[in-house]
Design a protein around this ligand. Structure first.
Ligand SMILES: CSCC[C@H](NC(C)=O)C(=O)O
Ligand SMILES: [Zn+2]
Ligand SMILES: [Zn+2]
Length: 420
């Protein structure tokens, strides 16, 4: 597979060949030109039952080769570790699904429920033209009712596996202030940069309070544990822009007060905070000054609701997942994913989705230099999927699935909360 941009088609061709070798039926869809999606299917014996969807993204973030101690594209094994970009995020999962299916087929396993696999591009750049578009296609619709989707998670450095039932909603903000100009030597009031800095101070005070609450709140937290990153809201100042320049930003007239100043913020709203309430906070911070406004960065999409997958007895798929892991003697730790994954598109449609990569006893190395996965973690991850797929695809009709195999509206596997 070649490296760098332009290898989407090669990646899909390779994955499609592997799927066909395993006897899966495959279909390629390309809702956005140059961004192919692979769908593969192992038909179940009862096509009236909702299916299992195993999702993975085949794109990866770039690697700064000069900062790696090995070639990030060679999958070299050094000291029992597979090094390479995507070993954790999430090429390993793409192929672990396939190895697990190969093993199950060799064993003569026949799934009761149909198993679909989706291999999508673009997750690393927002997923809008990958999973986002896939869900609008007739081919996705033709897959039938999805009972449960599995998607990526994160490694757990301890002995348990982490399972993500939701994620923080990303809001990317632009804040713009305007004010008077004047000579840089004077006490000019309410300048654009001053207003912007006051806004930033309010935002950063909120950030500090959120950071201080990390590690606390064992009573308030959904799973009775101390607050983790996914349970608080982060606000990070990621862009600052102002100044009067005569030469397109090479040098600045530092003695002239600029009339405009702009800042960009990466905000991640925890499911415990209503997006509507965060919006009110932003409005309030802006109201404290004249001439300052905020907007969602127009090239991004801000979800206005949180969608989480229920992790209690009301969701039979959660129970099935939990019990399957427990029967393999694995502990699981349910959490909110601190960043964004393709699961948010699935949950938005009401499809229960769990973020799970079978990686434990290993540091979280996604997007880092020298990303690796120990060989034994990779191999045992295949065993985990064999057990999970066997258990989940063998589930008889679950509580809440009606005669036609459809979910009853009373079943709430995917809780929608906090409507703006
Ligand atoms: C909003 S799309 C960007 C997706 C990216 N996901 C990860 C896992 O890094 C992020 O959260 O920034
Ligand atoms: Zn990923
Ligand atoms: Zn990633």
């Amino acid at each position: 597979m070649s490296r760098g941009p332009g290898s989407y088609a090669e990646a899909v061709a390779w994955l499609a060949a592997q799927c066909r070798r395993l006897g899966l039926t495959t279909k390629q869809v390309e809702p956005v030109k140059g961004k192919p999606i692979l769908l593969a299917t192992w038909a179940g014996s009862d096509d009236s039952l909702p299916c299992l969807l195993l999702n993975s993204h085949y794109d990866v973030v770039p690697a700064m080769t000069e900062c790696w101690s090995v070639d990030p594209w060679a999958a070299e094994v050094v000291d029992g570790r597979i090094y390479g970009r995507g070993t954790q995020d999430m090429k390993s999962v793409c192929v672990q699904y396939l190895f697990a299916i190969e093993r199950l087929r060799k064993r003569g396993f026949v799934p009761l429920r149909t198993i679909h696999l989706s291999f999508v591009p673009d997750e690393e750049i927002g997923g809008v033209e990958g999973m986002g578009e896939l869900l609008k296609t007739p081919e996705f619709n033709a897959l039938g009712e999805i009972g449960l989707a599995l998607d990526e998670g994160l490694s757990n450095p301890g002995d348990a596996f982490t399972v993500f039932y939701g994620e923080r909603t990303p809001w990317w903000l632009l804040v713009r202030a305007t004010g008077p100009t004047g000579h840089g030597s004077r006490f000019i009031k309410n300048t654009a940069p001053q207003k912007l800095l006051r806004f930033a101070e309010r935002a950063l005070a909120f950030r500090k309070a959120q950071e201080d609450s990390l590690g606390h709140g064992s009573n308030g937290c959904k799973h009775g544990t101390a607050k983790k990153l996914g349970d608080v809201t982060t606000v990070n100042l990621t862009m600052l822009r102002c100044g009067v320049s005569n030469d397109n930003g090479k040098t600045f007239c530092l003695n002239v007060i600029p009339t405009e100043a702009e800042a960009g913020f990466d905000v991640r709203i925890t499911p415990d905070l209503k997006p509507k309430d965060f919006k009110n906070l932003l409005d309030q911070w802006c109201k404290e000054d004249e001439g300052i406004t905020w907007q969602i960065a127009p090239w991004t999409r801000a979800f206005q609701e949180h969608h989480t997958t229920a992790t209690d007895e009301s969701n039979p798929w959660w129970v099935a997942f939990r019990d399957a892991m427990s029967s393999m003697s694995f502990d699981i730790e349910p959490e909110v994913f601190p960043a964004a994954t393709d699961s948010r598109f699935l949950r938005e449609l009401g499809i229960p989705a769990l973020g799970f990569s079978p990686m434990r006893r290993c540091p979280i190395l996604l997007h880092e230099h020298d990303e690796y996965l120990p060989v034994d973690v990779f191999m045992s991850g295949i065993d985990v999927y064999v057990g999970l797929i066997d258990a989940l695809a063998s589930k008889q009709k679950l509580h809440g699935e009606d005669e036609a195999g459809r979910k009853l509206s009373g079943l709430l596997p995917c809780a929608v909360s906090q409507i703006l």
